[in-house]
Design a protein around this ligand. Structure first.
Ligand SMILES: Nc1ncnc2c1ncn2[C@@H]1O[C@H](COP(=O)(O)OP(=O)(O)OP(=O)(O)O)[C@@H](O)[C@H]1O
Ligand SMILES: [Mg+2]
Length: 622
């Protein structure tokens, strides 16, 4: 089915399929880029809300450190909760932090209602720190920060989302160890707690430095070295110093006060490191979004340029392939319809289509020459045909007119003799003159009849009684037969139907056959010379036979005898039988010869009852 489509339609389908493919690929690319951009934007939202946790940490840590953290800016519990509630409603689709915010809010409210520093508030304090860490982790999870696919930002976010909140919590917990022990058990318990917190914090600091190193490998341009690395190494140093002095404090028991511990400095350093790392994370994410948007634009530009190039190539293909092919096809159709072989394709190029057009033109050139040759040949044939026809007509007239002319001469001699007598017999002379007039009349009829034979559709047809024509002809040739000593036998069937025929032409046929028969018997014994003529009905027509007892036919000439100019006689023209067959064929009948019963030849004529309109063999064909 595809094969039968027009070349232009096939080309259009190809273009549409290519367009669809390009559109789908472009759409997939844009969607992929948009997903990556949305991912980074979601991470930015998480980072933004993580920043809200820092003042809340200060609020909570101040509950136990009091004056030690007086210099740090913090938000009131209400302000902190308000900002978290806003975060919740603004990013409801991204963050699902309701439960964690509610737990934190309950702990903060409980601080406000019970400001006394008591053991019960220790639990609230620890719970608040834990809720803050959980909230940071939840924000990290929901905003996909923890799923970050890039090596560099994954480790930076790990510091921001997990390690620093965890470090702040652990530093906050150390504050509970700064109270003087109240008994031996309390001292031992404080020491055990310190050991646990010490190892946790040191491990966390190591982890932070490890994450930093891996991230630096992913960002070799030195961005992290400027702000983040100093802040994080300062934190690690300060935390180590703080833990060292805290160990001395815990070991010393109740004698020392907490005034010399660098607690505020450590907390401050942790908050600074957190803010710096988070700021850097924001920058990295924004940069990634910018890169993705730039890539998307670049991709669109490349696709657009390639698309324009594709359109241009499609246009060239259409102009240089489809249009020439169509023009060649149109030209071929036009030549087929008009037979004008002078038309040519004017397409020129060095490709296959140009070659095809050139070959096509060459072929047309050859066709034109062949066509001209053919026309000339046709003209020659028609000229020869006209000459042949004319020759045949002249020959026919010459042949057929001989008999009336001979009769005319014989009658004029007879008339002259009657007048040259001593006593001229005027009666006989008048009769001879009447015969001469009749012969002239007959000659005229013969000429007219033969002329009509050669004119298309000009044959005269009248109902003819064949027996009457046979008798007519026998009357004309009776003298000839008598002089040649030929006996005549006629067997004419009575009541034969009339046939549509030209009586003059029919008479010529019979006359020719009788003359041939007489000539064929001229060399045979006089006593055996018999001419038998019979007529009889036949299927859908009538049949007439002319039989002689002459020399007979040479079988190898059986068909040749009907050809024009075939003769075996020294003075013959060879036109008699050709004229006869031509006349009978023009009447729709048939003429043929067969051997006689004992010797000689039989000529058979069949004439149909309905007028036939076959072309005469001698008459012009066009
Ligand atoms: N009755 C016949 N018996 C034997 N041969 C015949 C007979 N009629 C015709 N032929 C053969 O057919 C030939 C052609 O006859 P056709 O009448 O066409 O020409 P023709 O008699 O030779 O010359 P013409 O043109 O003067 O009639 C004759 O030469 C003769 O050989
Ligand atoms: Mg003859």
């Amino acid at each position: 089915m595809f094969r039968d489509l027009r070349a232009g339609t096939k080309f259009l389908i190809l273009c549409l399929v290519s367009l669809a493919l390009t559109s789908v690929a472009t759409y997939a690319l844009l969607v992929e880029k948009q997903i990556a951009i949305n991912f980074a934007r979601s991470e930015l939202v998480g980072s933004k809300y993580l920043a809200l946790l820092r003042p809340i940490y200060v609020t909570v840590l101040k509950k136990r450190a009091g004056e030690a953290l007086a210099g740090l800016p913090n938000a009131s519990a209400r302000d902190s909760l308000d900002s978290l509630s806003r975060a919740r409603s603004e990013s409801a689709s991204t963050l699902h932090i309701d439960r964690d915010v509610n737990s934190l809010a309950a702990a903060l409210l409980s601080f406000n209602t019970n400001n006394n520093v008591s053991l019960a508030t220790d639990d609230v304090y620890l719970a608040a720190l834990k809720y803050l860490r959980d909230l940071a982790a939840r924000i990290g999870d929901d905003s996909k920060l923890t799923l970050d696919p890039a090596l560099e930002t994954y480790h930076v976010q790990n510091i921001v989302v997990t390690r620093l909140p965890s470090a702040l919590e652990d530093i906050g917990k150390t504050q509970l160890l700064t109270r003087p022990p109240t008994g031996a058990n309390d001292f031992v318990e404080q020491k055990a707690r310190f050991i646990a917190l010490d190892s946790l914090l040191r491990a966390n600091m190591d982890g932070i430095i490890d994450d930093l190193r891996i991230a630096q490998r992913g960002i070799p341009d030195g961005t992290l070295e400027k702000i983040v690395e100093p802040a994080l190494t300062a934190l690690a140093t300060k935390t180590t110093a703080y833990l060292d002095s805290l160990r001395a404090f815990v070991d010393s028991g109740a004698e020392k006060t907490q005034a010399g511990l660098p607690y505020a400095d450590t907390v401050n350093s942790a908050l600074d490191a957190w803010a710096a790392t988070q700021q850097q994370l924001d920058q990295l994410l924004k940069q990634r979004i910018d890169d993705l948007q730039r890539q998307r634009l670049l991709n669109l530009l490349v696709i657009g340029t390639l698309g324009m190039l594709g359109l241009f190539v499609a246009f060239l293909t259409y102009r240089d392939m489809i249009v020439p092919i169509r023009q060649l096809a149109d030209l071929a159709n036009k030549i087929r319809e008009t037979k004008n072989y002078r038309l040519r394709s004017n397409y020129k190029s060095r490709d296959e289509i140009g070659g095809l057009a050139a070959s096509f033109n060459e072929m047309l050139g050859e066709l034109e020459v062949a066509r001209e040759r053919e026309i000339m040949r046709q003209a020659e044939i028609s000229r020869v045909s006209r000459l042949t026809t004319m020759g045949a007509m002249v020959a026919s007239i010459a042949h057929e007119i001989r008999q009336p002319l001979a009769a005319l001469v014989a009658n004029s001699h007879a008339g002259t003799r009657w007048l040259e007598r001593e006593e001229p017999n005027l009666e006989e002379a008048r009769s001879a003159l009447a015969s001469i007039a009749q012969d002239g009349h007959r000659a005229n009829e013969v000429i007219t009849s033969i002329s009509m034979m050669f004119k298309k559709n000009a044959n005269r047809r009248v109902p003819v009684d064949t027996n009457e024509v046979v008798n007519d002809v026998l009357n004309l040739s009776r003298g000839e037969l008598r002089s040649r000593k030929i006996a005549l036998q006629t067997t004419l069937a009575p009541d034969l139907p009339q046939v549509p025929a030209d009586p003059v032409q029919f008479r010529e046929v019979l006359l020719n056959l009788i003359m041939n028969a007489a000539e064929a018997m001229s060399s045979t014994d006089e006593s055996r010379r018999v001419l038998a003529i019979a007529s009889m009905p036949a299927e859908d027509g009538i049949s007439i036979t002319v039989e002689d007892s002459g020399i007979g036919l040479d079988p190898k000439n059986a068909e040749q005898i009907f050809e024009a100019f075939f003769t075996t006689k020294p003075t013959g023209m060879g036109m008699g039988l050709a004229i006869c067959r031509s006349i009978i064929a023009a009447h729709g009948g048939r003429l043929w010869a067969s051997p006689g019963h004992s010797c000689g030849t039989v000529f058979h004529i069949f004439l149909p009852l309905r007028a036939g309109q076959q072309a005469s063999a001698l008459a012009p064909t066009s």
